[in-house]
Write a protein that binds this ligand. Sequence first.
Ligand code: PLP
Length: 392
Amino acid sequence: MKSLSKRMDHVSEALTLRIAARAKELSKQGRKVFFFSIGEPDFPTPRAIKDKGIEAIETDFTKYTAGSGIPELRKAISADLTGRLGLPYAPEEIAVTIGGKFAIAAAVLASCDPGDEVVIPLPCFPSYFDQARLAQAIPVPVTPSEENGFRLTRSQLEAVCTPRTKMLLLNTPHNPTGVVYSREDLAPLAAFIKESGIYAVADEVYERLIFGGQRHASLASFPEIRDQVFLVNSFSKTYCMTGWRIGYCAAPKALSSAVAAVQSHMNSSANSIAQWAAVGALEGSQEPVDRMLAVFERRRDLMVELASTIPDITFPRPDGAFYLFINITRYLGGRARNSFEAAMYLLEEHGLAVMPGSAFGTEGFIRLSYAVSDEDIRNGMQELKSGLEALR
Ligand SMILES: Cc1ncc(COP(=O)(O)O)c(C=O)c1O
C-alpha cells in the first residue's frame, strides 16, 4: 500500500481532544466537571437568528449558493465593516466562508507555495501550525514576551523574517490570552508589513468581545497595507453560532476571490441556511451581543480577582475574548512535568478541564475559559488553587 501524503507527516488531530473527551466521559459518569476548556460562548444562538434559519428552511432556501456567498450577506457584511469599524470593503471584496477557520486556511493556501514561511506569534490558535503545513508552507514561531502580554513587536517580527517569509498570522483580541492590540501596537507591524511586502491574516474573530468600552483596532485599518491583508471574521463567537459554521474574509478582490476560489472547490459554498441566518444576525438587534459582552466582562473581573489570590502564578490581563492564560511554571517539575500533565492531573483529581499551554505552542501555561457560570468560576477557581498546591 502506498503511504499517505508527506503533508500529513506533521498534521494530526489535537492532543486537546483527549482532554475534552475525558472531561465529557467524567461528566457522564456523574463527576462534577468545570468546563474551563470551552472555546465557545455558553449562550444559545439568539432567538431572532434562529428564526431566520428556520425561515430559510421553510422557504426552501436550501440550495447551493454562489461560492463567495449570497449577495444579501456580502452586502450586510460590507455595511457592518464600513459603518461600525470604518473599514470600507465593498460586497465584491467579501468571501463568505465555512467559519473563520476555513477563511484562514484558504488565505494561507491561496498565498503560500511549498517552502514559504508563515510567521506565527506564540501562543497561538492551535490550527495555525497545521494550516500552514497543509499548504506545505513552513510555520515559523516567534514568542513575544509575557511581560508585553505576548504582543508581537516590530523588532521581533523583523528578526524572524527572511526572503522566504510570505505571511504573518496575527490575532487580536487574542486566543488564548485575551490580550488586545492597540492601534499603537499595530502601527509598527503595519509599517514592516508594508516595507517587506508580506501578506497578513488579521484574525479578528473576537473583535466584538472587547471590554471597558475600548475600541477594536484592526490591522486592516492601515490603508497602506490594504492590498496585503486578509481580514478574517466570524459569526461564531459574536452571535453564539459556532455550530452554524459561518465566517468570512474581507480583502481586495484579488485576495478575496482567491479565497472564494479555494472554497468553491472544497466546499462549494457556506451553508445556505447559515448564510441567511447571518444576514439576520447583522441586520437585527445587537442587544444580545451587548448583553453577552457585559456578562463576559463581569466574569473576567471575577476570574481575575480570584486568580489574583493564587500564589506564584502570573497572567496577562485579558481585555477581550473570554480566556485567561496562566503561567504555572512554578508548580511544574513535581507531579506534573509539563502543562499537558498538569491539565490531565487537574481534570482527574479536581474535575477541572483546562487547556494546556502546549496546545497553543507555549509550555508552562494553562488556558482557562470563562464561558461558564459565575458559580462554576467561584468553585472552579477554588479547585484550581488547591489543585495547583497539590501539584508541587
Ligand atoms: C483565534 C481564533 N481564530 C479563529 C477561530 C475559528 O472560529 P470559527 O471557525 O468558528 O469561525 C477561533 C475559534 O476558536 C479562534 O479562537
